[in-house]
Design a protein around this ligand. Structure first.
Ligand code: MN
Length: 159
């Protein structure tokens, strides 16, 4: 089989040299970012954001995420945000959209367990969060007949 290490392999007898064998390793997983921002707007809520294709998919969670698998939290899908919003903190001035303070509540990496694009269409995303506060497998499940309402649920099938 021809690959980018074919030339390297041809020139060497690996029974006689201790040089590394011409194995192509699978690329390291590219971890994606997630964050949760505490947003003290007209109503306190927590904005949950997942990096996806250069933007942040976003949900507003009125009560904030829970680490308890028995506690399902309403997550309202909101507009995509720019990736640079990930660590945004500050005061949105009065009279502006979302006026109030924004603080990073949690930030870290996530790994989708299913294809994100398909998951968005199907209304079911499953992923591993690796944050400071949120750690483990979570699902976002879209509620039927309610286009923007999802539930964020911690899976019990992990420790
Ligand atoms: Mn918000």
């Amino acid at each position: 089989m021809k690959n980018s290490l074919t030339h390297y392999a041809k020139k060497r007898n690996f029974k006689k040299t201790s040089e590394p064998k011409p194995t192509i390793k699978k690329a390291a997983k590219a971890f994606l970012h997630f964050c949760v921002q505490e947003h003290k707007a007209s109503h306190l809520h927590y904005d949950f954001r997942l990096e996806h294709k250069g933007i942040l998919l976003s949900w507003a969670i009125p009560k904030g995420p829970s680490m308890d698998p028995k506690t399902k939290r309403l997550a309202v899908k909101v507009e995509d945000h720019p990736l640079s919003y990930l660590d945004f903190e500050g005061e949105i001035p009065k009279g502006n959209y979302g006026a109030g303070s924004v603080l990073v509540w949690d930030i870290g990496y996530y790994e989708p367990l299913d294809d994100v694009k398909i998951g968005l269409k199907k209304g079911h995303l499953k992923f591993i969060l690796q944050g400071e506060k949120l750690v483990g497998i979570f699902s976002l499940i879209k509620l039927k007949n309610a286009s923007d309402n999802w539930l964020l649920i911690k899976s019990s099938d992990d420790v």
